[in-house]
Design a protein around this ligand. Structure first.
Ligand SMILES: Cc1cc2nc3c(=O)[nH]c(=O)nc-3n(C[C@H](O)[C@H](O)[C@H](O)COP(=O)(O)O)c2cc1C
Length: 192
């Protein structure tokens, strides 16, 4: 697959086959993605990869966070139990969850540089995965901003910023492309 094809054909995947991606394949994706640009060579990306039974602890932390944020308020006990079960089951049928996080630099500009580098890393992961036949959904859910969630997954929220959770697996269904705006509508060429 050439680069243009990978960039254009990659889609965000919402439905996955019920089988694990080989560990070697995943390791190569995460390894090669580290050729992302990184100012001051900080390589700020870090990963918790949840799979198999490891997903249960992650799913529990997500549900606890939703609970804290009042997601289940206003429902009777049975409805709220059903909602929790629905979310839990949904998370557990995704083969891999890669939580991407980075150390928080106190300097705002350096923090931005690090965040940008991590996003470049994530896009490398997405493209390399696509080339390997692996689908991803880049997610930024509210629990990533919940300090108690960070603690529940063993990360000090004062030290680390949680950037994203990448849902990963072999695609069951590839959604149709959402068209992009012609870049000429957004670009000005200034010559003089
Ligand atoms: C920073 C970021 C956060 C995203 N968060 C979510 C998310 O929480 N849930 C989701 O369904 N998609 C999320 N997406 C994926 C976008 O919705 C998706 O890229 C967009 O709909 C275009 O679809 P495509 O990637 O298939 O071209 C996120 C993308 C980015 C870059």
């Amino acid at each position: 697959m050439d680069l243009v094809e990978a960039v254009e054909k990659r889609r965000s995947i919402h439905e996955y086959e019920q089988r694990l991606v080989d560990e070697e394949v995943l390791r190569n994706i995460f390894l090669t993605a580290a050729w992302a640009p990184t100012h001051r060579m900080k390589e700020p990306w870090n990963i918790h990869l949840y799979q198999e039974h490891g997903r249960e602890h992650y799913a529990e932390a997500v549900l606890d966070s939703y609970e804290r944020q009042g997601f289940f308020e206003g429902y009777d006990e049975e409805k709220s139990r059903q909602l929790k079960k629905g979310i839990g089951d949904f998370l557990l049928q995704i083969p891999h969850h890669a939580l991407i996080y980075m150390p928080r630099d106190e300097d705002e500009r350096k923090f931005e540089e690090d965040y940008a580098a991590v996003c470049a890393y994530i896009q490398n992961v997405q493209l390399l995965a696509w080339e390997a036949g692996v689908g991803i959904l880049w997610t930024t859910s509210p629990y990533l901003h919940d300090p108690a969630f960070a603690e529940a997954v063993g990360l000090d929220p004062a030290v680390y910023k949680l950037v994203s959770v990448l849902q990963m697996g072999y695609p069951k269904r590839i959604p149709r492309a959402k068209q992009r705006t012609d870049i000429m509508d957004k670009m000005k060429v200034i010559r003089t």
